[in-house]
Design a protein around this ligand. Structure first.
Ligand SMILES: Nc1ncnc2c1ncn2[C@@H]1O[C@H](COP(=O)(O)OP(=O)(O)OP(=O)(O)O)[C@@H](O)[C@H]1O
Length: 290
């Protein structure tokens, strides 16, 4: 069953910037990844799905409810973690989540404790927000999104800036939520998160939908094209870049190893196994995404 259905969605801001152009895709249960460079329109799309911004045209159904005409019903199904969530540093974790939960009509303090336990923050309930690490704050952000028992969790770039341990922990919180026929829509520009978490994903490029499908389908776009070639000098790199997309470069004692996408089969070396990151960079026209 589709949890989210997006049809011909377009968003033009008042300054005439068109952030989204005719986007259509569906999101089923599980963790769904939304990948794109900075400025590709991810946050705009998340805000529309979270019903805090109206589209210019097109339609969105959340759990079957049309956000334009049944916004209240749709909103009740959603938990949203925005890219930047203002938190009051002097409040305790518990009081902050109680406050956010109350805004959604959840007054039961036991339920607040439950969501803190779900994100492994129960033991820090009494700590002040200002004394938390970045990863802990992000988990508190998820806890407030989980208040009200949503079916659909919309999280905007939740792992940016986290250390590897916190990222792993954060991912497990999301995948734990997504089982039981629920859905997480995760926007990120970190391909590793999508690789670890998502069966399906969409790629936005300059506000347009470039790809929507399974991770395997995205991978297949780079299949057989990823090669490693050796060049002698730095200046040979510029010539190589004219012939192929250079994915990464490693400097060795003997020379320089370049990982490339050989689209036209011009380099007579056997291909190596492609990664999701290779396929993503390929989709993005070869520009690195950081
Ligand atoms: N309130 C606004 N008014 C005008 N233009 C905006 C507004 N918000 C975003 N934009 C523009 O819309 C485009 C998409 O921005 P958006 O924030 O949705 O991208 P993003 O993929 O989330 O980027 P990032 O990863 O950097 O957060 C950009 O060109 C941006 O400058």
């Amino acid at each position: 069953m589709n949890q989210i259905e997006i049809n011909n969605l377009t968003k033009q801001y008042k300054n005439q910037v068109t952030a989204l152009t005719d986007i259509s895709f569906q999101v089923e249960s599980g963790v769904f990844g939304l990948l794109g460079h900075n400025g590709s329109g991810k946050t705009t799309l998340m805000k529309i799905l979270a019903t805090i911004m109206r589209p210019t045209s097109g339609s969105v159904r959340i759990g079957g409810y049309d956000i334009n005409t049944q916004g209240e019903e749709a909103r009740r199904l959603i938990g949203y973690l925005p890219q930047e969530l203002s938190m009051y540093p002097t409040l305790t974790v518990f009081d902050f989540v109680c406050y956010m939960a109350a805004l959604k009509g959840v007054k039961d303090r036991k339920k607040v404790m439950d969501v803190l336990e779900q994100v492994d923050m129960g033991q820090y309930a009494g700590r002040r927000i200002g004394q938390l690490s970045g990863g802990m704050k992000r988990r508190v952000g998820i806890a407030q999104a989980l208040a009200g028992d949503p079916r659909i969790l919309i999280v905007d770039e939740p792992t940016a800036g986290l250390d590897p341990e916190e990222r792993v922990r954060f991912r497990s919180v999301l995948s734990r939520f997504a089982k039981d026929d629920k859905c997480v829509l995760l926007s990120t520009h970190i391909v590793e998160d999508v690789y670890q978490l998502c069966e399906k994903l969409a790629v936005l490029r300059k506000g347009a939908l470039f790809f929507s499908g399974s991770a395997e389908e995205l991978l297949s776009k780079a299949a057989g094209k990823v090669k490693i070639v050796e060049i002698e000098k730095e200046k040979d790199l510029a010539a190589l870049q004219k012939k192929a997309v250079v994915l990464s470069v490693t400097y060795e004692h003997s020379g320089i190893l370049a990982r490339i996408l050989d689209e036209r089969g011009e380099f007579p070396v056997p291909p190596v196994a492609e990664t999701l990151e290779d396929a993503y960079v390929y989709c993005m026209g070869g520009k690195n995404y950081e």
